[in-house]
Design a protein around this ligand. Structure first.
Ligand code: FAD
Length: 461
């Protein structure tokens, strides 16, 4: 550990190459990312972040910011950069009466849920508890409750932000409103958010239903999904996954390790009505296996926690779609082509995930930078493997899968599922007009583009 190498009033640990903890600290969720920062500054408070940023500027070091370390492109870490590590900043405080939660910049979604669910409250967010709140909320935040209540970024009421010059500002609807607008979807381009204040929503027990089908039934099942999803109640959210079926007790043995289509439906109304509310989808085509349960919101959020562990190798490519039913044959073919031997159930599993969006996501959204709100469907080919020898075929499969869907593409790409960083990725995500608006805000808050190791918005000239 480099004792107070950042000078000033920095109070955290600073790690450099050669320090025993350096190798663990530079790792992120995606095991294909193997970058070596010059320094890792473990920050405990906004003053630490400010001191680290001033040091980076003085030394001419690039900067990267790590929230939960989940970004598939590995934007939290860069070769030769100063890594602002927010992992020590995971405090959460709930004001149930006001319906607000404040969460420090390094929180994971599970930190938030653990603090809010005892009050019967939740902030709509992503579906895996070990995802970072920082990157997810700043880029948007799809999840089970998004159709009912909107994205995570729509729930951002205020943010404490350390700007590139080390000053600390509070962005609210009244103070730096253009910064708050940009933080709602514009990613980590404008500063380091050390505290998020988020609106909470009521949640009770959730009725959750799953079904699995052989992939040969993709066409009728996806037709039923599209018919159902586009008129479904706001209290419902249904998602689909194509993959080799996992060996669960509710999945028939003959499907284990075989290409299959899974549907999962969560009903946030009275659990007693969950079965009836989901029957039009789950009863449309007889599944090979099914299961239903009532569980707490926190338990729902943790269901996916073990399927994508840290350190495995991942490559994700994503797109928006106009419809899903017409793409059934291409999706089935992509599932058949997942690299690796079929029938294996012990190996990591690549997936093609899709969901119908709209609902509250498609609100006018004028108070946020989040783009593409009108996109009907999102589809993501997540390649997942462990052997470095598989890097090329798995990434190629993911790209090929999204390429197959070209005839049904809707404009834009979700910034948080971009497989790479850089300026062109930001342009793909935001489109011309929205990008220009963001570039104006960038010019005001980060004119020298210190925060650029991301899907980068360049300051306008
Ligand atoms: P990091 O890699 O730590 O950070 C990514 C970037 O965000 C950084 O480079 C920085 O620019 C910025 N950043 C992070 N924290 C801060 C901060 N406090 N201040 C300023 N900038 C910051 N997305 C969804 O919308 N819904 C989902 O359900 C969902 N599920 C996922 C499940 C898994 C297993 C994974 C790996 C990802 C999932 N995602 C989901 C995508 C997720 O939103 C992005 O990966 C996001 O970048 C993760 O944020 P993070 O803080 O963990 O990332």
């Amino acid at each position: 550990m480099v004792a107070n190498r950042l000078g000033g009033d920095f109070t955290g640990a600073v790690l450099g190459p050669g320090d025993p903890e350096y190798d663990a600290a530079r790792r992120v969720w995606n095991g294909t990312v193997d970058r070596r920062p010059a320094l890792i500054a473990r920050c405990h408070r906004p003053g630490d972040v400010a001191a680290a940023l001033r040091h980076a500027v003085a030394e001419g070091l690039p900067v990267s910011v790590r929230g939960g370390g989940h970004n598939v492109a590995g934007t939290a870490v860069a070769d030769g950069a100063l890594l602002i590590d927010l992992a020590p900043m995971r405090g959460v405080s709930v004001d149930a009466a006001a319906g607000l939660v404040t969460a420090e910049g390094g929180c994971l979604l599970g930190d938030l849920d653990a603090a809010t669910t005892p009050y019967g409250l939740a902030c709509p967010a992503g579906v895996v508890s070990h995802t970072g709140l920082g990157g997810l909320a700043l880029g948007g935040g799809y999840g089970w409750l998004a159709r009912k209540w909107g994205l995570t970024c729509d729930h951002l009421v205020a943010a404490e932000v350390v700007l590139a010059d080390g000053s600390v500002v509070e962005a609210t609807a009244h103070s730096h409103p253009e910064l708050l607008w940009a933080l709602r979807g514009g990613g980590g381009n404008f500063g380091v958010v050390t505290r998020f204040t988020l609106r909470l929503r009521p949640v009770g027990p959730v009725y959750f239903r799953r079904a699995v089908y052989p992939v040969a039934l993709a066409a009728p099942v996806l037709a039923a999904y599209q018919d159902f999803a586009e008129v479904q109640d706001a209290d419902l959210h249904a998602v689909g996954t194509l993959r080799r079926a996992v060996a669960n007790d509710w999945v028939p043995a003959e499907l284990h390790g075989r290409p299959a289509l899974h549907l999962s439906t969560a009903w946030f109304g009275d659990p007693a009505h969950g079965r009836a509310a989901t029957e039009a989808l789950h009863g449309a085509v007889a599944p090979a296996g099914s299961a239903e349960q009532v569980l707490s919101y926190g338990a729902l959020q943790a269901l996916g926690d073990t399927s994508e562990p840290h350190g495995h190798r991942y490559y994700t490519k994503s797109c928006y779609l106009e419809g899903i039913a017409a793409a059934a044959d291409e999706l089935a073919a992509a599932t058949e082509e997942i690299p690796g031997a079929q029938g294996e159930t012990s190996v990591p599993l690549s997936t093609v995930d899709f969901e119908y969006l709209r609902g509250a996501i498609a609100a006018d959204g004028a108070d946020s930078a989040f783009p593409n709100r009108d996109a009907p469907y999102i589809c993501t080919a997540s390649a997942h493997w462990t052997d470095p020898a598989g890097d090329a075929p798995h990434a190629a499969w993911s790209r090929r899968t999204i390429g197959r869907l070209a005839p049904w593409r809707h404009d834009g790409v979700y910034v948080n599922y971009q497989e790479d960083s850089g300026n062109s990725r930001a342009m793909d995500s935001y489109g011309d007009a929205r990008y220009r608006q963001l570039a104006e805000v960038k010019r005001k808050y980060d004119p020298h583009n210190l925060f650029r190791g991301n899907q980068n918005i360049r300051p306008s000239a």
